[in-house]
Structures are given as C-alpha cells and as structure tokens.
Design a protein around this ligand. Structure first.
Ligand SMILES: [Zn+2]
Length: 1095
C-alpha cells in the first residue's frame, strides 16, 4: 500500500509530498510513475530496476542493501523511476534545468584556486565545465593518501555529499553490509549509540542513508541548508573513519549476529538486524533468483558471493574479520568522495583535510581491485528451489531467467549508451517487442530479470518469466532466443525507435529525479565508472554520444545500429546462464528446522556456566540497548536551532479558476517548458461491487488500444508525443467528513508545445479505448496477481496496514479492495471469470467508464510557467468540451468494513510483519501539529530501540494518518510477533515517563519540519497542491499546524499518551507471518488470531 507518510518517519528520502498528506492511493497501484508511458510498467520489474528504493531489490540483479528501512513508493515520489533509468544510460541531471531559467552561456561558478587546494593538501587533477549538468567539476587528489574528490559547483541548493569505498567481499558472511550498518553506531567525536538516528530525528536532510553494493559501500547525505549540510558531512566522515564499532563487540552483535538466550532453560536463537533483514530477502523468490543469477554469472570473482550476507553464512563471521575489513578498506586511499551543489568548494576541501591528513597511504587500492570474470565458452544451467506456499497449482509456479555476461571488459560509453537505447526498445514499454511477446505467449504471469544492468564492472542482461508451468520452461527459453533472432533479422519499427528516442530526450530535458536529489543521482552515475579507476567525468557527458547515436540511426537506419549488438552480445555470446527456480512448499520449514538443529547443537555443546554466561551477556546487551544516551553525548551531534527554521510553510502558487465551468487549478512554476497536467474524476458514482475492478480498468485504458489504433500504436504515439501518461485511483479519508475522497487521476506531461497532442491523447485514452481484448486483459490479471503475491512477501507491512485500515474506515476498505489481500482474492476469481464470462467483465469495465467520465465531476490541475499555462488553456477547453455532460452525478452509497477481528495472514517466510492500529479521533483527540513531532519521535526512539535494536527487526515504526485519525504501529522483517505487540502497547507509558531536555525537543521539532518542508521539484509541488485541495487542507491550516509544530512541548507528549492508549485498548492487530510463529502465538495466547492463508 505504501502510504506516503507510512514510512516517512524513517525514510530518508523524505518523499516528495508534504507530510500533511497521508493520502492513500490504491495499493501498489500508486503508479504515479508518472514518467512512464504506461500504467503497468511502473510496477513491473523493469521500471523498478533503478528506482533507488530498497523495494527494487526483489527484481534487480544489483542488490543494494539500505541501512534504513525502505522508503515506500508514493504517488509523488516514484516519478523518478523511468528517468533514473535513463540517467543511468544517458545521464542527465542538469541542476538548473528546472529550478532556474536555462542559460546558454556557461555560468561562472566558483572554483578552487590551486594554492588553496595545495594549502589543504590536495592537487587538482583536472577541471572542466560540464554542460549537461551545468556544473564546474574538478577532480582532486589528496596527496598524502591518494583519496580522490569530485567537487561539482553549480546553483542547485539541494547539496549532496557522498563517500564511497570499494569493499569487495570474499565470502557471503555479509561483512560489507554489517559494517555499513555498524559504522553509523557511534564514533570518536559522536560517542553515542546511533548518531545516524539523531540526524534522522533532528536535521533538515533531504537524503540520509547508506547502502551496500556487491563491490562498494556508499554513504550519501543531502540538505538544502548549508549549516545542516556540513553537520551531516562531519558526522558521516567521523563515522566512516573513526567508528566505535571496531572496538565494540556489542555493536557487531546487534547489527550483525549473536546468540540470544534469555534464560538457560529456553532455546538459543539468532538475533541481529542484518541477519533478519537478509532472512527477509531470502524469503522472496525474486530476490533468490537475482542472487542466484548474479552468482552463477560470476563464479570466479567477488560477485560470486553475497555482499549482503546469506543468513546461513552470516553466523560464521568473526569480530576479528570484521575489524580487519574496516581497517583495510575504510581508508582514504580506498575512498572516492563527492561534493555537489551551491556551497563554497574551498570549504569542502578544508573539511576533508581535517580527516584525511591524519592518515598515510595504504595498500587497499590494490587489494580492493575488482578482477573481471572471464567469459565462458559454454552456456550454463542452474536449478534452484525457492520457498513457496502450499496454495495454488505448484506446477505453474516455476521461474526461468536467461542471463548474459556481455563483456569481459567495461564497455565504452558509446556502446553502453547504444545498449541502453536497445534495452528501452526491447523492454521499455508494454508495447516493446520482447516484453510484449513474452507476456502474450501465455507461458508465464510476469517478467523477471531487469534487462541491461551496467552498474558493476561488467555489464549483464537478464530476462525471463515467472508463473511458468514445468512443461513450458524450455518453451520460454526458445521464445526468448527466437525473439532476439527475429529482431536481429528484421530490426525495429521506425515508430518504436522514434518513440524511444523522444522518451529518452524528454527524460533528459526534464531531469526529474523525484524526491531523489539530482546530485546523488549524478554521483551514482559517475561512481559507476570511477570506482573501477575509470574517468569520473565521462559518464556525466551524454550529449555528444547521444547526438552521434541519433545521427547514426538517421544515416544507417536502426537495424544497422542494433542488429550487430544483438548478435554479438546475445545470440553469439556463450556466457549465458539459464536459471530455473522450482517452488518448494517445504523449503521454509526445512530451513527453519535446520537452523533450530544448529542452535540445538550449539546449546548442547555448552556447559552450564557457558549458558549462564550467555544469558548474562544477552541481558547485558539488552540493558545497553535500552539505556538512553546521556544528554552530553547527545549534545555532541550538531543541530540547527529553531531560529534557523522559516516560520511559514513553503508556498506553492495556486490559482483556482474555471474553464467551461470546470474547476482548474493552475501553478505558475518554472518547469523548463514542460507542461504537467492531472485530470481528476470522482469515483463515488461507481458501484461498490465494481471497485476492485478499477485498477485493471485504469491499466486497460492505457494498454488496450482504440478502434483505430492497436495498443502498440497508441503506446508509440504516447511515447513520440509526450513524456508519458498514467492513470491510477487515489483514495483517502477526509478529516471531519464521513465520505472519503476517492478519485481516478490521469497524469500526463509533455513539452508545452505539444499540449494539444497531450490532451488529444488523454481524450483518446479515456473515451476511445475499447475493452474488447480478452487475451490482453487476462494478462493484466495474471501480472497483477504475480505483483500482489510479491508484495505480500516483500512488503507485508503495507499489506498489514491496508488490512487494518480496511477494518477501521471506508477509505481503507476501498484501498484494500484495490490493493490488499482482498484484491488478491478478487484477482484469483477474476482469472476464471475472464474465461467464463468475458462479456460480463467487458461490460463492467464499460460501466465504470460511464459512471466516471463526466465533465461535472472533473477537475484539472496544471503546472507550468505562466506563458505555457495560458497557451494550454484552449486545448484544455477543447478536451473538456468532448467529455460527456451528465448532471447531477448521483453518488452511490458505499458502506463497508472488514470485520474487526485480529488477523494473521500466513505466508511462507522466515520473518514477520506485525501491525496494530486504532482510530485516535474516536477517543476525542483533536489534531494538533505536535502529533507529527510525537509520532516521528516514537518511531525514532521507542520503536527503533525496542523493535529494531533489541528486537532484531529491520524496522519498526508508527504512522499517524491525520485524515482518518488512524494511528498504526508496524514492524518490518521482524523475528518476533507477540513481543512486538507488547512494545506497541508500552508506548503510552513510554510517553508518560518521558524526560526530554530542550535540545532533544528542538531536534525533534526540526526533524519534523524537515519532513514537512521536503524538497520538491515543480511537478511534485503542483501535485501536492492538488492533493491538499482534494483533501481540504487550506494554507491557513498549514500555517496553524506549523506554528503548533514549532511550539510543541513536553506536555504535548504526555497528553498524547492518552490518545495512544486507545491503540493498546481497542486496536486491531494484523500480522503477516510464518505458520510456525502464528502457531507459537496461539499456544501462548489462545486463539488470538483469525487465520487467513494468502499464498
Ligand atoms: Zn541493511
């Protein structure tokens, strides 16, 4: 489900929408991946690939492990999915492109004089102006240690710093990943338990996280406030170079692994944040597939092991190995450092010199070098099992994926760029031939494998299907090969090539990284080469090679460009690994049993004294984890003061007018000539029983085709003329109102000069698409089913949250119908109905359209600069004229809730997701701004300490939906179940006992303002303003809430305890959990749950 604020309190990348907006879009269908030309593609593996969001890991071969809990996809944050993909191949990121008017000449940004560099111990290696990102870029080398620094100066206020180490592992104990977590647990200058959490709580960061790749570890931060930015930089530098964890065995135990024994008479268990995080990863079939593929492609180098850690191997890691890895690789000689933004470049070098000067060069650069994998002479085949549920037809649950290692050496930029283009042609949209042919074959439910992956030393390509029947595995392989062969022989359609070119160019021009800082996107791009000792500037410069590619296509034709690539890298490439994955319903319990057996033997081998000692150590660790940091230590982490905080909320220009009697919201913002538009329809006249069909209705609009155009032609047209169109439902409670806000939104964007095309296409999509293609619709159903099953395993917290909301309010019920367990059940039935009664399904889709499309219930939202807004009005007017005029719209009455029993949803997993929620407005609580401060504080202290640190879960947090009044607690990849509920129930008491000095309070307030003022690109601003309008949040209210936030006192915390106690007393519980843990809970707490099997 992923409500925008659900995870915000822990999410670093403060999602683009304003924190005041806890809006709920249909789960998983929040496909505002607005940049995509299709509704379905955003949720498909491909488009998730480069979404730098941990959720991608389930699809991506490249697995980054994030220190923080996954940021969720939210309506306004996922717009970078597609553009990031291009940035990878075509880089982009002009900081000025959107925030200020473009200038033709190279602006003069401050540089660093050689003498200044010299003074701080650096030499300037090279310097140039990079037009693509309108930055003056300089590469420095720290003379004493060899540390390299890229320093980009420009006028982007969203400043970014990152330090990256090359950290290739030799085994799957997860050293790099555990270190990534541990170094942020206290350092020389900041000797507290977790400075990272203090920054989360009390800074204005626009990005704060850390992640582990297969061969490197990145520590990036971002902020728009210069003072805040340098605070973040200092804490991170101190953390990586002087962490406490290398002397502190308990941090290693907490973040890595340890034996836990509460009482010598009980069983020993494994605990550890990374240990449980990885158990969750290894419970997801898509993840296992990605891991298996990578390891099989690279049997001989570092990519043949898992840098994240295999739960079976993690307990082999010793503290000595851990310490040694740090001292060798977390060293300036092995570091690449990135600065970007509008701050003073001299100051950057000064800060760095303080840290780097204390080191001398070491041998890490040699030892950390990544050896290339030699190419195979024969293809290889691997068969692997994955843990499956007992439900459904197991014969049809196989996965098969073909993987190629493309080259022994890194590719040159031009080849890489051309391959990126080819990748988009093959798989980029639902109309792309490889994707389309695979899905239409009926051989499987959904695509696996992400296409091109070029972030490691050697590029790879992967493609396959899941939901494949045993007998069809060979057929999938043959079809993939035959499709490549056909494409090599026949080439691509001209319209398809043109559509891809336009999409790519649009994306470059728009440079929309969503809530992800542009400078960070750029850094990851540059690091992709720099980390292998290649030129860090080259990946930032795409214009020349793109122009050359375009010219080549024009001259020689696309076939001459792409066919040789397909032949060389795919058809005639013997380094191919076919991975077949078979469902095994016993695997989860077998793994669990073998872990128990190991632990039993460990216990057996221990003497009574050993056991007493272990119980004592367990208790000591818990004590340490639960003891708050002393105030002096907390003060060491620098923070802003309330004086640094603007007193007024961020203003978004909004003019409410009308065109032909339809309400139109206009936002005059500089968008570099892009027009963003949303057309909003009211869902409330759709019959209740049709609601679960709405997501598929939306997908059909974009992927069915019209009377005159096949869906391929329609998609190509969208690709050629616009920057993308998407359609999705959005539902939220509205504070103080019975009726929820329930809408369908059509988002579109185009260069302003193509506004007419954009609105014509939106009209075609809405009015001309025909719901007649039974076979395609059937594919949509099976894809959606596969996606929902994946969500259930990977985002069980979202599923649990949706389920709880559905028990508590109508908006929640609607959302769950369109994206929760109920939706999955609906899809299973629908699959048969499509065969048995297609006419019935087709006329239901038509009925939704009839109920929805009406000029009277429509609303238009436009974001562009004033001139372009004015110019587009006539096209909006023409579009509105064509809409049917039915008035007055009769709203049907919906009335439904799920039963309020506690529920356990059983899935084959090794870790749980545990939720508890209640409506606090029903206790009489009146919303105050302090509630934002308090719920963020609860997440970052009480829940972080108890659910994550001592409980061993990857995440624990709470969310307050201010529109509905639902306050929910949730845990993520949690080894516990009932114990976590006890923690939730203790929250009221925690607040009552809370003592907090002014410093801590100030930090909590500033951190909350950081969320509220989250950095937004112009399209996100316009969209936020639309949501506020729909949910009835006025500027006056925002001002009042802000004042309340700034005035939050300890008394507010204590008073909130009573409201929170409603959750303890009356809350509903939903757990998505393993069968064993549910059994155990029932033994302890007779029939606590209603049990539901979902997979
Ligand atoms: Zn992690």
């Amino acid at each position: 489900m992923e409500r925008a604020t659900l995870l915000r309190s822990l999410s670093c990348s403060s999602l683009a929408s304003n924190r005041f907006f806890t809006f709920r879009s249909a789960h998983g269908l929040a496909r505002s991946s607005f940049s995509s030309s299709s509704s379905s593609s955003s949720s498909s593996p491909r488009n998730l690939r480069h979404r730098l969001n941990p959720n991608i890991s389930s699809h991506s071969l490249i697995r980054r492990h994030w220190r923080l809990f996954p940021a969720s996809s939210s309506s306004s944050s996922s717009s970078y999915s597609l553009s990031l993909r291009f940035q990878k191949h075509f880089s982009t990121l002009s900081p000025r492109a959107v925030v200020s008017p473009p200038s033709q000449s190279s602006p003069e940004f401050a540089g660093v004089h050689d003498e200044v560099a010299e003074k701080f111990g650096f030499e300037k290696v090279s310097e140039e102006f990079i037009g693509e990102c309108k930055s003056k870029a300089a590469l420095f080398r720290h003379k004493k240690t060899g540390a390299e620094v890229m320093s980009l100066s420009n006028d982007d206020e969203n400043k970014v710093f990152g330090i990256v180490f090359r950290t290739p592992p030799k085994d799957s104990t997860g050293i790099p990943h555990i270190l990534e977590h541990s170094v942020l647990c206290g350092s020389r200058k900041y000797p507290l338990k977790e400075p990272f959490v203090e920054l989360l709580k009390g800074s204005l960061h626009t990005f704060l996280n850390a992640f582990t790749y297969p061969d490197r570890t990145c520590y990036p931060v971002a902020s728009t406030n210069t003072k805040d930015f340098y605070n973040l930089v200092d804490v991170y530098l101190d953390a990586v170079f002087f962490p406490k964890c290398v002397e502190d065995f308990q941090t290693f135990q907490q973040e890595g692994w340890h034996y836990e024994l509460n009482n010598p008479s009980e069983e020993i268990s494994y605990k550890g944040v990374v240990f449980n995080e990885m158990k969750g990863v290894y419970s997801q079939p898509d993840n296992i597939l990605g891991r298996t593929s990578q390891q099989a492609l690279f049997p001989d180098n570092t990519y043949g092991v898992d840098s994240g850690g295999d739960p079976e191997v993690i307990p082999k890691l010793t503290f000595e190995e851990f310490k040694e890895f740090h001292s060798k690789y977390y060293h300036p000689s092995n570091a690449r450092i990135w600065f970007y933004g509008d701050d003073d470049p001299n100051e950057r070098l000064r800060i760095l010199s303080e840290y780097l000067d204390t080191f001398s060069a070491n041998s890490a650069p040699r030892e950390s070098r990544i050896e290339p994998q030699k190419l195979f002479s024969e293809p290889v085949r691997i068969v692997e099992k994955y843990p499956a549920g007992e439900g459904g037809d197991l014969k049809k649950k196989n996965m098969v994926c073909l993987n190629w290692l493309l080259s022994e050496k890194p590719l040159d930029l031009e080849t890489e760029l051309t391959l990126g283009f080819l990748d988009h042609l093959l798989l980029g949209t639902p109309a792309s031939p490889l994707r389309k042919i695979l899905l239409e074959s009926g051989l499987g439910d959904a695509i696996v494998g992400g296409g091109i992956e070029d972030e490691l030393l050697q590029p790879q390509f992967s493609i396959g299907l899941k939901g494949v029947s045993e007998d069809d595995i060979k057929k999938v392989e043959e079809l993939v090969m035959a499709t490549f062969k056909k494409l090599a022989e026949e080439g691509f359609e001209t319209d398809a090539v043109e559509a891809s070119m336009n999409t790519i160019e649009f994306s470059l021009k728009e440079n929309n990284t969503g809530s992800f800082p542009r400078g960070l996107s750029l850094m990851l791009r540059s690091i992709g080469k720099w980390i292998y000792d290649l030129d860090p500037f080259e990946p930032l410069k795409y214009e020349e090679p793109l122009k050359a590619l375009k010219a080549r296509i024009a001259e020689e034709g696309s076939k001459a460009v792409f066919s040789p690539l397909i032949e060389k890298y795919i058809l005639n490439n013997p380094h191919r690994v076919t991975v077949e994955m078979q469902p095994d319903p016993e695997k989860a319990s077998r793994d669990e049993a073998s872990e128990k057996e190991i632990l039993r033997k460990v216990k057996e081998s221990m003497t009574e004294e050993d056991l007493a000692e272990l119980a004592r150590a367990t208790e000591e660790l818990r004590q340490k984890q639960e003891t708050p940091d002393p105030p002096e230590a907390l003060k060491s982490v620098p923070s802003l003061s309330l004086q640094d905080i603007p007193k007024e909320p961020i203003h978004i220009p909004t003019e409410i007018g009308d065109i032909n009697g339809v309400k139109v919201l206009k936002h005059d913002l500089f968008t570099n000539d892009v027009l963003y538009s949303e057309v909003v329809f009211n869902l409330s006249s759709v019959k209740q029983e049709l609601l679960p069909l709405v997501p598929l209705f939306c997908q059909s609009l974009l992927e069915m085709g019209t009377k005159d155009l096949t869906f391929v032609q329609l998609n190509q047209l969208i690709g050629r003329k616009t920057g993308g169109i998407s359609v999705y439902p959005l539902t939220s409670s509205v504070r103080g109102k019975e009726d929820p806000c329930s809408r369908v939104i059509v988002r579109g964007k185009a260069m302003a000069g193509r506004a007419e095309d954009l609105f014509n296409l939106v009209n075609s999509v809405l009015q001309e698409v025909q719901f007649t293609d039974q076979q395609r619709f059937k594919q949509f159903v099976s894809q959606s089913k596969a996606r929902m099953e994946n969500r259930l395993r990977g985002s069980g917290h979202g599923i649990a949250a949706a389920r709880m909301d559905a028990k508590l309010n109508l908006a929640g019920w609607i959302s769950e119908q369109m994206g929760g367990v109920s939706y999955l059940e609906f899809l299973k039935e629908l699959e048969q109905k499509v065969d048995q009664d297609w006419d019935g399904v087709s006329s239901s889709l038509e009925e939704i359209r009839k109920s929805l499309l009406s000029r009277n219930s429509c609303l238009v939202n436009l974001t562009a600069d004033g001139k372009n807004l004015t110019n587009s009005e006539k096209f909006v007017s023409k579009f509105l004229d064509l809409l049917p005029n039915r008035s007055p719209i009769e709203a049907t009455t919906w009335n439904a809730r799920l039963s309020s029993d506690n529920e356990a949803i059983v899935i084959p997993t090794q870790v749980n997701y545990v939720g508890k929620a209640a409506n606090v407005y029903e206790t009489g609580y009146q919303l105050k701004g302090s509630a934002y401060v308090i719920s963020k504080y609860i997440s970052n202290t009480w829940l972080w300490d108890r659910v994550r640190v001592s409980g061993g879960a990857y995440g624990g947090f709470c969310d307050f939906d201010t529109h509905s009044g639902v306050f929910s607690f949730l845990s993520y990849r949690d080894p516990n179940l009932l114990k976590t509920l006890d923690v939730y129930d203790g929250t009221g008491e925690f607040l009552r006992q809370l003592e907090m000095d002014d410093d801590a309070l100030t930090k909590a307030i500033i951190g909350t303002i950081g969320d509220v003022d989250a950095y937004q690109l112009p399209d996100a601003k316009g969209y936020s303003s639309l949501l506020r309008y729909l949910l009835g949040v006025s500027d006056e209210e925002r001002q009042r809430r802000r004042e309340e936030i700034l005035a939050t006192s300890l008394k507010d915390f204590k008073e909130f305890a009573d409201a929170i106690d409603a959750v303890k007393a009356k809350g509903v519980v939903v757990a998505v959990a393993s069968p064993d843990d549910i059994d155990a809970a029932h033994k302890e707490h007779g029939n606590f749950f209603q049990i539901k099997k979902a997979l």
